[in-house]
Design a protein around this ligand. Structure first.
Ligand code: ZN
Length: 429
């Protein structure tokens, strides 16, 4: 019981909307030289309803096939209630039927927008405010995102559609889906109670779809079974199937957009704080902390909880601020190379439905302790920047922290490689 409580608190504290902050920027950098994308013709923007009505029977069949597969394949998968099946004949609310059959939040805006690369803002184009794009305020406070409106039938670059869509699952897809969440679908989706996530954050209920703790010890799972109730791999699988169907049936705009949604979940798991509840804390230390708390010395436990949240948040801020500066300067830079470097791509196994769990998250777990330690050393050596509540301290940051940067560039290399591998799998004929 006590261990469960401890772990719950630990996970609860990790902010969940950030897996390398704005996924669009990283996706542009990782994918811009991919031949299958670079050489692809521009695609026409298409309303979701058009794709759904033209391919209705194929979509219904795919979702049934996916449900049967998911029940067989994904551990701790909560079966979809049959009442959520798309009706055999299309109703007059195609979008709602589709979103609820996928079990994503039916209130998402699905705005027709693209995000440009920072610095290529196209100021003459109409743009939307964040609250017109996302449900609630899920933007991380230091992101400066720009949403350019695209019109139906307008031709857009595949990379722009895909990279923009890679950020979209953080705009509300997975918010308030659990039985104990507020809202209309909570009672209908069959996900059960929310296993983890910090109620202080409006978007915390999306955590079990954007994080996955797949490589803990058996003792931890016995004490804290809720850690196994997370499904980012299932989301990546759902969207991969939809992308392939859309491409094969002549709807490339939705092909790229669905592929971007799935890509998001792959990218999230390249962030060690999304793959490990307590980076750098082994089981023995965990039990010791809990033992001390039980003996009346809860200070260490509270400090550890806060430490994990702080390191996750501050390293993402450091990285995104550094990247924005690099892009503004417009010069070659090792961070840009890390995103784009294809040298390691061939060393990974081919993409499969188990790739997120078996490859991406396993690699993140392996790197998590060293990453956490490097962040800790950086924060200690730079006390002036350790309190970000004011928001301005990073302006004085020189980003000259070799040990931390080495870890970061390595992880961003993984982000790039896994992004290309997932996208190539979705684009393969
Ligand atoms: Zn996410």
């Amino acid at each position: 019981m006590k261990l469960t409580f401890l772990l719950l608190l630990f996970c609860a504290t990790a902010p969940t909307a950030w897996g390398w902050s704005n996924h669009t920027v990283g996706s542009y950098l990782a994918l811009q030289d991919l031949p299958a994308l670079r050489d692809a013709p521009a695609v026409e923007v298409e309303a979701l309803e058009q794709f759904l009505s033209q391919q209705y029977p194929a979509i219904v069949a795919l979702l049934e096939e996916q449900e049967a597969f998911a029940r067989e394949h994904f551990a701790h998968y909560p079966p979809r209630p049959d009442s959520l099946k798309m009706p055999a004949t299309p109703s007059d609310n195609l979008r709602h039927d589709f979103l609820t059959a996928l079990r994503i939040n039916p209130e998402i805006h699905l705005a027709m927008v693209i995000q440009p690369l920072p610095g290529k803002d196209l100021p003459e184009r109409e743009h939307l405010q964040a609250d017109q794009v996302m449900v609630g305020q899920t933007l991380s406070p230091w992101n400066r995102q720009r949403f350019i409106v695209v019109a139906e039938y307008e031709k857009v670059a595949p990379l722009a559609v895909l990279a923009s869509a890679a950020d979209e699952p953080d705009y509300g897809h997975d918010i308030n889906l659990f039985g104990d969440n507020p809202g209309e679908v909570a009672a209908r989706y069959g996900f059960g109670p929310q296993p983890f996530g910090d109620a202080r954050f409006q978007y915390s209920s999306q955590a079990p779809f954007h994080m996955g703790f797949f490589h803990e010890s058996a003792v931890v799972y016995v004490a804290a079974g809720f850690l196994q109730r997370s499904w980012p791999d299932w989301r990546a699988y759902q969207y991969m199937g939809l992308a392939r169907l859309a491409f094969a049936s002549g709807h490339p705009y939705w092909g790229y957009r669905f592929l971007g949604w799935g890509l998001h979940h792959i990218q999230d798991l390249t962030q060690p704080y999304h793959a490990k509840p307590l980076p750098g804390v082994d089981l023995a230390s965990l039990l010791l902390l809990e033992g001390k708390a039980l003996a009346g010395f809860a200070g260490d436990k509270q400090a550890s909880i806060e430490r994990v949240a702080t390191r996750h948040m501050e390293v993402e801020k450091y990285q995104s601020t550094w990247l924005r500066r690099v892009l503004r300067e417009g010069q070659p830079h090792p961070m840009l190379d890390a995103y784009a470097d294809v040298a390691q791509d061939k060393t990974y196994p081919p993409y499969s439905v188990d790739y997120l769990r078996g490859v991406v998250s396993a690699e993140s777990v392996d790197d998590s302790a060293a990453f956490d330690e490097a962040i800790g050393q950086w924060l200690e050596s730079a006390p002036a920047t350790s309190d970000f509540s004011g928001g301005n301290q990073l302006h004085r940051e020189d980003f000259n922290h070799p040990a931390l940067n080495r870890q970061l560039l390595k992880l961003l290399g993984h982000f790039g490689a896994h992004s290309r591998i997932y996208v190539n799998a979705g684009l393969a004929p």
